[in-house]
Design a protein around this ligand. Structure first.
Ligand code: ATP
Ligand code: MG
Length: 428
């Protein structure tokens, strides 16, 4: 006997009972981004491996050990995208979207990282990403934070998340700080784990991003980047904080926040929650002014962030998801030979007259009893009933499945009127 084939570990099916939460999040995000003047861009899922090596950085978790990289039939080295910024910048340069203009862009879709699967950490996961090109900030950095703060309100998550903020300064201030940090780390080299010891030479700032709890104390006592900021980065950060203060957005400055990708500088931020266990970051981003040039474009300031969709969906309480939007309004029960012949036609007439009506028609015959059971299971509040008698008289029965109300028998024309009124009432 052959064994069932299972999905790849860490790559999940999103089942029909889960999709309403996903769709709700996606809808709300789309509304929000439209309202702020952002435009959607869709990039390929596969890019040349070189793109990620050059942008994310060779000495990062992602590039060192997490990428799904393969050689295709032409011998090109390709990678399933582990994040969206690199591809977005590549697309922007290639299509001439970035030079001398402002772009407010967003995208969504699956990302791939070969991590150890656990709650909130998968090998195929989904991000909604937002990037702005051509603005130096800090006003637009603040826009991203105000926009995400509004999103949490719209999703009922305002009390579940908090904001952590830091500045990584300019390239010059980071390299000055790097020397101080390396000196400190060498003093404690015996306490470093293997990854950190390796990164001590190649990319010491990464040590601050370690997820190893045994390293926490050492990291907390390390010299702080914020104390080595150049004047311009300090002013940028101060203005950002002032805007957030004026807007009443609360934040914590976390000097250890360095982010897991090399391209960040100046502003970095994360929205974190304590409700999801260890995988608590639901949204993370910052400024990456050097990346466009690094990938071959003209120097272009940029800032962006990405949200982890799985983590957000599991934070959103079912009560905030308008489940009724993802169910039919009505289920058409059709019993008897004549009704079965006419039912689909009637359904099409209803759809012509009422384009917003969500109508599930029964197929496959069966008794009234079995069809009503299916009507109930569909979640629809109404059953429309077509039996041989209704066919003969040109009528339609309407039964209320979720409220105490008397069943109606209307002419088919009156039924359309009634349903039109019902749709208006249920939308308000
Ligand atoms: P983490 O610190 O949790 O590893 P990260 O710094 O690697 O996150 P980013 O590359 O900044 O993550 O991605 C932005 C967001 O995408 C994260 O904050 C998280 O919500 C989500 N995310 C990242 N990796 C995964 C994953 N493997 N599974 C599910 N969500 C993820
Ligand atoms: Mg990670």
């Amino acid at each position: 006997m052959s064994k069932n084939i299972q999905a790849v570990r860490g790559m999940n099916d999103i089942l029909p009972e889960e999709t309403p939460g996903w769709r709700h999040l996606e809808e709300v995000v789309r509304q929000l981004l439209d309202a702020y003047g952002y435009h959607e861009i869709r990039m390929p899922i596969v890019e040349k491996t070189e793109l990620f090596k050059r942008s994310i950085g060779e000495v990062t978790d992602i590039v060192e050990k997490e990428m799904y990289t393969f050689e295709d039939r032409n011998g090109d080295m390709l990678t399933l995208r582990p994040e969206g910024t690199a591809g977005c910048v590549r697309a922007g340069i290639q299509n001439g979207l970035l030079h001398n203009q402002v772009q407010r862009l967003w995208y969504r879709g699956p990302m791939f990282r070969h991590e150890r699967p656990q709650k909130g950490r998968y090998r195929q996961f989904h991000q909604i990403g937002v990037e702005v090109f051509g603005l130096e900030g800090p006003d637009v950095d603040a826009e991203h934070i105000l926009m995400t703060a509004r999103l949490w309100k719209m999703l009922g998550l305002a009390d579940a998340v908090e904001l952590q903020l830091n500045s990584l300064g300019s390239v010059a201030s980071r390299s000055a700080y790097r020397a101080t940090l390396v000196e400190y780390l060498w003093h404690h080299v015996d306490e470093l784990d293997e990854d950190s010891r390796r990164r001590l030479d190649s990319n010491p700032l990464r040590v601050l991003d370690s997820k190893n709890p045994e390293m926490r104390e050492l990291i907390e006592k390390a010299p702080k980047l914020t104390e080595h900021l150049d004047e311009e980065s300090q002013a940028h950060f101060d203005t950002l904080c002032a805007i957030l203060d004026d807007a009443g957005v609360k934040y914590t400055i976390n000097p250890c926040l360095v982010r897991g990708l090399d391209y960040y500088g100046k502003t970095v931020f994360e929205w974190v929650t304590d409700k999801l266990g260890a995988q608590g970051t639901v949204c993370a981003g910052g400024r990456f002014d050097g990346l466009v040039e690094q990938l071959g474009g003209k120097p272009t300031p940029a800032v962006g962030f990405a949200m982890g969709v799985e983590r957000l969906v599991s934070l959103i309480e079912a009560e905030h998801v308008p489940q009724e939007l993802y169910r039919p309004h009505a289920y058409l029960v059709q019993v008897g030979e004549a009704a079965q012949r006419q039912g689909l036609l009637l359904a099409e007439q209803l759809r012509d007259a009422l384009p917003l009506l969500r109508l599930e028609t029964h197929c496959g015959g069966g008794s009234f009893k079995s069809q009503f059971k299916k009507a109930d299971r569909s979640g629809a509040p109404l059953a429309l009933i077509l039996g041989d008698e209704e066919v003969a008289n040109g009528t339609l029965g309407i039964k209320f499945l979720r409220e105490e109300a008397e069943q109606k028998l209307l002419s088919q024309q009156d039924a359309i009127e009634y349903l039109a009124g019902y749709l208006i009432k249920s939308a308000s």
